[in-house]
Design a binder for this molecule. Structure first.
Ligand SMILES: *Cc1c(COP(=O)(O)O)cnc(C)c1O
Length: 419
C-alpha cells in the first residue's frame, strides 16, 4: 500500500492532507506514516516465515519515542549505538532483553548502563573493547553476553561513507582474527560469547553481498562451534536499500530468501536464531519532509527555488550527494510546465541544497513541496546549524495526525547555556 499518495489533486500522508498538516504545525515538518513504518517491520519478520528471527530495529535511522513505541508494540527489539539510544529504547518500552548494542566506540559508562539494563548482547568490534567490557562486567559482578562483529570483507556496492564491511573500514574484527579473539574471550569469565555479527553497509540494492557475507559468517561460525563456542545468534545487521529514485531494491522476501539460501549450505547451523537490524528499509519511505517555497531566484547561471528546509533539517543531499524525489503537494497536471531548478535552503553554505539541477513543475512562493524518502537518517541527522530550531515530527495514521516531537523554540536553542 502506498501511504503517501495523491487524492483529489493533493498529496496525503496516511490519509491526512499534507497541506492541513503544514497549516496546523508549520514547516519544515517531518511527517511519518505509522502504517508504512509498522508494515515495513511486519513484512521483514513475515519474510522469514518459520525461521527463528529477531527483528532489532536500528534506532539511529529514526528514533522518536512514538516510532520506537510501534516497535515495542509489535514485540520487536532495537539495535542501539549509544547510551542515549539505550535510554530512548527503554523509555519507549522496548524490553532490554530485545536490545543489541553495536558501535566501535562504546564507553565504560555506556557498557555499565547496558549491563545494568540487561540487554540481549553487545556486538564487540575490537580486542580493546572486549577487555574493557570484561573489566566493567567483572566489577559489577555480571556476565556480559557478547557477539563478535566481524568484518567479512565483502563489497556492498554502495556510497563509500555507508560501506562498512570492507577491509579498510573501521568497523568489525577482521574475520581472520575472530578465532584468536574467541579463544581469549573463553579465558574471561565475565564474558559469554553468544553470537556472531556483521553489518556490511547501507542502501544495498542487490542480494549478492548479503549472501556472500552470510557464507563468510557461517564458515566462521562452524569454526567457532568446533572450538567449543555456544553460538546461538547470527546477527546480519541491516543494510537493505530502498527506492529513492529508480533503484529496484530487493523485497523483504527476496532478501530473506538470499539469506536462508546461503545458510542452507550449512546444515550444521540449523537451530540458529537470526538477528536482523533494519533501519532504512523500515523508516526511509515512511516519512516525507514538507517544506514551503520562500522565493524564486534567477541568476544568469541558474534558477533557484529557495525553501524553508535546509541542510540542517535534511543533510543527506549535502553529505552523500543523495537524491530525494521532490514533488509539489498540489498535484501538477502531466502537461504542466517544468523548469530546471536547484532547491536550496536558507543556510549559509553553498553545500546547502535538497536537489540540484532538477526538473520540477514550475512552482511559486508559498507552494508546498514534499521531499520523499526522508524517514531514515533525516530527522536524526538534523542539527541546529545557523541556530535553526529543529523541525517538528508528526505521525499520521489512518486519517489523523498528531505531534510526536514538538518544533524546537528559540529557548530550546539556548537551554543549557549559562550567561
Ligand atoms: C546503521 C546500522 C544498521 C541499520 O542500517 P540500515 O542500512 O539503515 O538498515 C544496522 N546495524 C548496525 C550495526 C548499524 O550501524
Amino acid at each position: 500500500m502506498d501511504y503517501f499518495a495523491y487524492r483529489d489533486g493533493e498529496l496525503h500522508a496516511d490519509g491526512v492532507p499534507a497541506s492541513e498538516i503544514a497549516r496546523e504545525y508549520g514547516t519544515p515538518v517531518y511527517v511519518y506514516s505509522g502504517g508504512a513504518f509498522a508494515d515495513g517491520l511486519r513484512a521483514l519478520k513475515a519474510a522469514f516465515g518459520g525461521i527463528p528471527v529477531r527483528i532489532c530495529y536500528s534506532v539511529k535511522a529514526a528514533s522518536n519515542l512514538t516510532l520506537l513505541g510501534i516497535v515495542s508494540e509489535l514485540g520487536m527489539g532495537a539495535d542501539i549505538v549509544s547510551g542515549g539510544e539505550l535510554f530512548r529504547a527503554l523509555r519507549a518500552g522496548i524490553p532490554a532483553g530485545n536490545i543489541v548494542f553495536s558501535g566501535v566506540g562504546k564507553t565504560a559508562r555506556e557498557m555499565a548502563e547496558a549491563l545494568d539494563a540487561g540487554i540481549l548482547m553487545f556486538n564487540l568490534e575490537s580486542e580493546g573493547e572486549m577487555e574493557l567490557l570484561a573489566k566493567v562486567a567483572a566489577e559489577m559482578g555480571k556476565v556480559a553476553p557478547v557477539s563478535f562483529r566481524v568484518n567479512p570483507d565483502v563489497d556492498p556496492h554502495t556510497h563509500p561513507y555507508i560501506a562498512t564491511g570492507l577491509r579498510e573500514s573501521k568497523f568489525g574484527i577482521p574475520h581472520g582474527e575472530a578465532p584468536g579473539l574467541f579463544a581469549r574471550a573463553l579465558g574471561l569469565p565475565s564474558l559469554r560469547v553468544l553470537g556472531l555479527d556483521c553489518h556490511i553497509g547501507s542502501q544495498l540494492t542487490t542480494t549478492g553481498p548479503f549472501a556472500d557475507a552470510v557464507k563468510v559468517m557461517a564458515n566462521l561460525l562452524e569454526t567457532l562451534r568446533a572450538a567449543g563456542a555456544d553460538i546461538r545468534y547470527l546477527d546480519l545487521g541491516g543494510g537493505l536499500g530502498i527506492r529513492y529514485k529508480d533503484e529496484v531494491p530487493p523485497t523483504p522476501s527476496e532478501y530473506a530468501h538470499a539469506v536462508t539460501g546461503a545458510l542452507a549450505g550449512f546444515p550444521g547451523l540449523a537451530g540458529l536464531t537470526l538477528v536482523i537490524e533494519p533501519g532504512r528499509s523500515v523508516a526511509g519511505n515512511a516519512s516525507i519532509l514538507l517544506t514551503r517555497v520562500l522565493y524564486l531566484k534567477r541568476t544568469p547561471a541558474k534558477s533557484f527555488v529557495i525553501v524553508d528546509a535546509a541542510m540542517n533539517d535534511l543533510v543527506r543531499p549535502s553529505l552523500y550527494g543523495a537524491y530525494h524525489a521532490i514533488r509539489p503537494v498540489r498535484e501538477s497536471a502531466p502537461d504542466a510546465p517544468v523548469s530546471t531548478v536547484s532547491v536550496v535552503g536558507p543556510v549559509c553554505e553553498s553545500g546547502d541544497f535538497l536537489a540540484r539541477d532538477r526538473e520540477l513543475p514550475v512552482v511559486a512562493p508559498c507552494d508546498l513541496l514534499a521531499v520523499f524518502g526522508a524517514g531514515a537518517y533525516g530527522f536524526t541527522m538534523s542539527s541546529n546549524y545557523n541556530s535553526r530550531p529543529r523541525a517538528a515530527e508528526i505521525l499520521a495514521e489512518a486519517g489523523s495526525a498528531r505531534v510526536v516531537r514538538l518544533r524546537e523554540t528559540y529557548e530550546d536553542l539556548v537551554r543549557g547555556e549559562p550567561i
